[in-house]
Ligand binder design. Structure first.
Ligand SMILES: [Zn+2]
Length: 158
């Protein structure tokens, strides 16, 4: 007597969910905590003077080491270099989700910073966005030292 075994192949999706903790590093942690005081920190390279926001440990231009002593407060105002409009976003498990309302996202160069940040834009119609316009940070009512303390950037009025 022989027994027959059968291999069953399936294409049914198997959901995999991993919980993990990830350290953002001391410089980024300081950047995030300082948002509670409505302050945006950058780091100035002691060797070449390039100012990074958010701050980082190593200069990408000259490879000098940066530390807490190189942190510098930035104004929260800057220039919109470019922008785009998003109609979908990721749902956190790898799928696209259509947005109820499109979001404008801008590449912003903060005053005295050399690097660029990508932030949500608010209090402006997408048709009114212009490259080169001055923008400023709009803070959450009660900042808690989280990235979400920055609601978005909006055009500077006046
Ligand atoms: Zn440098």
């Amino acid at each position: 007597m022989s027994s027959q075994s059968e291999i069953v192949l399936t294409k049914a999706p198997v959901p995999l969910v991993f919980g993990f903790q990830w350290s953002v590093g001391e410089m980024m942690e300081k950047f995030i905590k300082t948002l509670a005081d409505k302050k945006i920190l950058g780091a100035k390279c002691p060797q070449c003077g390039y100012i990074y926001v958010p701050p980082r440990w190593r200069c990408g231009k000259c490879y000098a080491k940066l530390g807490e002593k190189n942190l510098t407060e930035l104004s929260g105002k800057g220039t919109l270099l470019s922008y785009t409009t998003a109609y979908v976003e990721l749902d956190g498990v790898g799928n696209f989700k259509e947005l109820d309302k499109p979001k404008a996202i801008g590449a912003i160069k903060l005053e005295s910073a050399d690097s660029t940040i990508f932030m949500l834009l608010g209090e402006v119609k997408p048709g009114d966005l212009k490259e080169g316009m001055k923008v400023e940070v709009a803070w959450r009512e009660e900042p808690k030292g989280e990235l979400a303390d920055i609601k978005y950037f909006r055009p500077v009025k006046g």
